[in-house]
Write a protein that binds this ligand. Structure first.
Ligand code: SUG
Length: 449
């Protein structure tokens, strides 16, 4: 049976703004308080989805969340009508309003960890929503994420959903941003690669000094257990704490894998040689030939990687087996990175072509091409069981573009976030979106009695 990797991209929500909310994420910190353009952001994301469809890739779309999150503000003690809640939060604590307005659910690589059916004990595709509990503004995503994923992958014969892990730092889980899968073919059993930043329960593991390590070993192990993965198909690796301290807040800022290939910086992991050897041996036991493309710091420094998001690229297998690397415009603007990429594609190696996308609106918050997509490997039967409303097509692209142009503002500042009318606009937009994507009532405002 034929199998595919389907990329589900997060649709940027109408409140996209630069809140400076993510300590340890260099772009989020340095663009704090700049004015954003939600309409442009959504259009940039849609353009990438459409380009991939046009190139023949399977592509889906993941809906944004309800923001401002009035229910979250109520839990923090703001009361009155919905409009009162927003105005009181704006007056008393603007940072809390900004956090409850973040469109951060666009970075769906953090929505969940996904294990394909070929790897799991019960032969179903497993999803665990990420608790994202390192940052308040992201910790409020998972209940709606679970409902949206449930509406997209509803058929229990093929899809199993797990609630987010306990919402404490010891089980900090950032989803697929710290998870990669290697395989010979998407439909065959593969090796799932979990990268963690620290151990919560074992003090022998080193930890970063400056910035938080968002993912724990204990969280990664729990996800592997929930998904029913066998030890012979799992490799755990610790991220190099020194690179977390340089702004590598997720492993997908310094490494990306696809098929049998891992494209990574030489400083990405602790005990790199042992990690690569284990990946090679375990993939060989599944019939695959592991290949590492190790980028030396002499060619690209960690700082270059963080600035350009070279590794936050999408490594995609084309119909002829060659690979395409989808990178953000920032890679072309960095001389060393662009030079490296030019050499890489000229080598007759696995990466045959590089395609550049303008994702500046998302990039300024630390979200590149890979952050914007959740990969789900599916066989033909499973793909046919996905809610067809979320599969990207040329007509759906046109509909969504039109929807964005009608509902999104082209500028978002603190004054916009404090405007109770924004909530009314967002709810109208999302209500229409659930009809376009055939999701049913997934948002809190649609579920109130
Ligand atoms: O969690 N930025 C996100 C970026 C997530 C990128 N995802 C991956 N690497 N997979 C984060 O730090 C910034 C929001 C703000 O500052 O307004 C933010 O949440």
């Amino acid at each position: 049976m034929k199998s595919y990797e389907v990329n589900f991209d997060g649709l940027v929500g109408p409140t996209h703004n630069y809140g400076g909310l993510s300590y340890g994420n260099v772009a989020s910190q340095s663009n704090s308080q700049q004015s954003s353009n939600p309409r442009e952001a959504a259009r940039q994301g849609l353009a990438k989805m459409k380009a991939l469809v046009d190139m023949g890739f399977q592509q889906g779309v993941l809906a944004p969340q309800e923001r401002p999150d009035v229910a979250a503000l109520r839990r923090l003690g703001f009361s009155g009508s919905d409009g009162d809640v927003i105005q009181r939060a704006a007056k008393e604590s603007m940072p809390l309003l900004v956090a409850s307005c973040s469109a951060s659910s666009m970075w769906v690589a953090n929505a969940a960890t996904v294990s394909p059916s070929a790897d799991t004990a019960d032969g179903r595709v497993h999803f665990t929503a990420a608790n994202l509990n390192c940052k308040y503004h992201r910790s409020i995503e998972h209940p709606t994420t679970s409902r949206v994923l449930g509406a997209m992958f509803a058929d229990e014969r093929h899809f199993a959903h797990h609630a987010a892990l306990p919402a404490v730092a010891q089980f900090g889980d950032e989803g697929a941003a710290n998870h990669t899968r290697f395989c010979r073919d998407y439909g065959e059993a593969g090796v799932e690669f979990f990268v963690y930043g620290r151990s919560a329960f074992d003090t022998r593991y080193p930890a970063p000094q400056k910035y938080p390590a968002r993912q724990t070993l204990e969280a990664s192990r729990a996800v592997a257990r929930l998904h029913g993965l066998h030890d012979d198909g799992v490799v755990y690796a610790q991220q190099n704490p020194a690179v977390i301290d340089q702004g590598v807040f997720h492993n997908d800022v310094i490494a990306v894998g696809n098929g049998e290939v891992l494209f990574h910086h030489e400083d990405a992991f602790l005990n790199s040689d042992a990690v690569l050897a284990e990946l090679r041996a375990k993939l060989a036991s599944k019939g695959g030939r592991f290949q590492s493309i190790r980028v030396p710091r002499a060619a690209v420094t960690v700082e270059d990687a963080v600035r350009s998001y070279l590794f936050n690229s999408q490594l995609l297998t084309r119909a002829d087996g060659s690979m395409l690397l989808v990178v953000p415009e920032e890679c072309r603007n960095n001389e060393r990175v662009w030079h490296y990429l030019t050499q890489l594609t000229g080598q007759n190696g696995p990466v045959a072509e590089v395609k550049v996308f303008d994702l500046k609106q998302s990039m300024q918050n630390g979200g590149g091409p890979a952050c914007l997509r959740l990969r789900v490997a599916l066989n033909e039967t499973e793909l046919a069981a996905v809610n067809p409303g979320v599969i990207m097509t040329a007509p759906l692209y046109d509909t969504l573009l039109h929807w964005v142009d009608r509902h999104y503002r082209d500028r978002m500042s603190d004054a916009d976030l404090a405007d109770p009318q924004l909530l009314v606009e967002c709810r109208a937009a999302l209500d229409e979106l659930t009809q376009i994507l055939k999701l049913g009532s997934v948002y809190p405002f649609q579920r109130q009695p």
